[in-house]
Structure formats: C-alpha cells, structure tokens
Design a protein around this ligand. Structure first.
Ligand code: SF4
Length: 71
C-alpha cells in the first residue's frame, strides 16, 4: 500500500456511519475509503499530516505475581 497508512495515524478514527466508517479527525473526513486517498485525490499530494500513533503497552495481569498469593 502506498502513501501514509491512516490506520496507524493518530488522526484516524472509526466512525459509527456504516456507509462511511473511516474517518480523519484532522481533515474532518468520513469516507468508505481511507482518508489519505481523499487527501491525495483532492490535493494531488500524499497526506502531509501523518503522525504515527504510539502503541499503548498493555500490562497484562499475571496471576504468578506474588501479590495474588496468600500465605
Ligand atoms: S492525517 Fe492524513 S494520514 Fe492521518 S488519518 Fe488523516 S488523512 Fe490519514
């Protein structure tokens, strides 16, 4: 896939609109296709505002943790 990957961008959102589930908060786009495609079609250039979303590290509970142990 060419261009910025919206799904990895902090501005990407999934909308509640079934016919337009892909959205961009920054450009206020709701669409069936990726917002970056709309930006490219409109401006002729790749989206300049892609910003990589950092993954949240999920701390999984471990039941091997001594805090769960009873004496
Ligand atoms: S800013 Fe660009 S890359 Fe990010 S979601 Fe919007 S269109 Fe996609």
């Amino acid at each position: 896939m060419e261009g910025p990957q919206c799904m990895k961008c902090i501005h990407y959102q999934v909308t509640y609109d079934i016919s337009a589930p892909r959205g961009c908060r920054l450009y206020q786009i709701k669409s069936a296709v990726m917002p970056s495609m709309i930006v490219k079609q409109s401006t002729g250039k790749e989206c300049p505002d892609f910003k990589l979303r950092e993954k949240k590290k999920e701390e999984k509970e471990s039941f091997n943790d001594p805090k769960y142990w009873k004496d």
